[in-house]
Design a protein around this ligand. Structure first.
Ligand code: LMR
Length: 391
């Protein structure tokens, strides 16, 4: 039977991660996969995570199954983090999922159950795995314009025009903050206009929130999601704790669905967990719950997250400044304006390839670079390589 299997296309981001690991050059620079790195190039376990793990190790008495949907305390803590203190408890159904990707996958499964004919609209561009998952699940997809290559900002008119074409009942995937791969984001006024288009068109938003706290801060990064949740009758939110808690390998995520008959929605989500993997992973979700509900741990987590955010902002500023100095132009000013881990540089695939082969600088083929992969030493090296390559 297995002879009939055809080779699957490699995931570009993960293939690049492997290439980097296998590159013997000591001066190589990894700006590929979206992982936070400190000034020494390490991806640290956050202080509050380490403290919670120690406490959990001492206190935990059993590893028996928890709830199929994950712990209600985890749902509540995450809902408060994302939607704020007064979140609508009576509208909220939720499941813990293996990472944000698991949440996206379960959201699409929900759409397939609720509205099998619906089209899911994706921003162009989006995280490549979005499209891959949707295609694999056989869902109809369309793209809406999102990024303006010329200004390196959001093509907002194009976005609204394309969403105006969506049929009632279609689903619109939105990046809650820190757009991956471009780094260009909606402001709050624009979120309001998007909400109006969704309302008028009878469209259902699916918000992918993978980088809360990496852009303009924990509250500001959730503002668009909160606005949409306040205005639309039905909303899905797929959130990840991989980045803002540094829990990548523990696979901590949540899918929230607001609206409809809460009991039926909750039952459906739990059913989907049972069909796909039964109980969701617990360890990381438990750590997150401990951190968010313990004032001291939470304060320390927020402080460290803020340090990480400030470090990324500083790297953005210094890269933009260095490029201004080297090129004598402000055409890379957008790097300082973008938010989150990523910016799309605007290099051709050949230039990206040249940076890798000649300088050992790794970025995704569409010229997405992970700002958090830089440090004070590598910023000038990257800037010079970009200037020399004539990008
Ligand atoms: C990324 O976009 O690099 C991250 O979200 C990691 C991944 O799984 O692709």
């Amino acid at each position: 039977m297995f002879e009939s299997l055809k080779p699957q296309p490699a995931d570009k981001i993960l293939a690049l991660m492997q290439m980097y690991r296998e590159d013997p050059r000591s001066e190589k620079i990894d700006l590929g996969v979206g992982v936070y790195k400190d000034a020494e190039g390490n991806t640290p376990i956050m202080r509050a995570v380490k403290a919670a793990e120690k406490r959990l190790w001492e206190e935990e008495r059993t590893k028996t199954y928890t709830s199929l949907a994950g712990e209600p305390a985890f749902h509540a803590a995450m809902a408060e983090l994302i939607l704020g203190g007064g979140y609508p408890v009576d509208r909220l159904a939720a499941i813990a999922t293996p990472g944000g990707t698991g949440a996206v996958r379960q959201a699409v499964e929900m759409v397939k159950l609720a509205a099998p004919g619906a089209t899911i609209w994706l921003p162009d561009p989006t995280w490549p795995n979005h499209l891959s998952i949707l295609n694999y699940l056989g869902v109809k997809t369309e793209t809406y314009r999102y990024f303006d290559e010329a200004t390196r900002g959001v093509d907002f008119d194009g976005m609204l025009a394309d969403l105006g074409e969506a049929a009632a009942g279609d689903v619109v995937l939105l990046h809650g903050c820190c757009h991956n791969p471009t780094g260009a984001n909606l402001n709050l006024v624009q979120w309001g206009e998007v909400a109006s288009v969704l309302e008028e068109g009878g469209l259902l938003p699916l918000i992918d929130l993978a980088y809360q706290g990496f852009g303009d801060g924990l509250e500001a990064d959730a503002a668009g999601t909160r606005l949409i949740t306040a205005r639309l009758p039905e909303v899905m939110i797929a959130a990840s704790c991989s980045k803002n808690f540094g829990l990548y390998r523990e696979r901590v995520g949540i899918l929230m669905a607001l609206g409809g008959n809460r009991a039926v929605t909750q039952g459906t989500l739990a059913f989907l967990n049972r069909q796909n993997y039964s109980f969701p992973p617990d360890h990381g979700a438990r750590l997150v719950t401990m951190i968010l509900t313990d004032p001291a741990l939470r304060a320390d987590w927020q402080a460290e997250l803020e340090e990480m955010r400030q470090s990324m902002l500083g790297l953005r500023e210094s890269l933009a400044t260095e490029l201004r100095r080297l090129t004598g132009s402000d055409r890379f000013g957008f790097i300082a304006e973008h938010r989150g881990m990523f910016s799309r540089l605007g290099a051709t695939p050949a230039q990206v390839e040249k940076l890798r082969t000649e300088h050992g600088i790794y970025m995704v083929g569409d010229s997405r670079l992970n700002i958090a992969g830089l440090n004070a030493k590598t910023v000038p090296i990257l800037a010079k390589a970009i200037a020399d390559a004539g990008i």
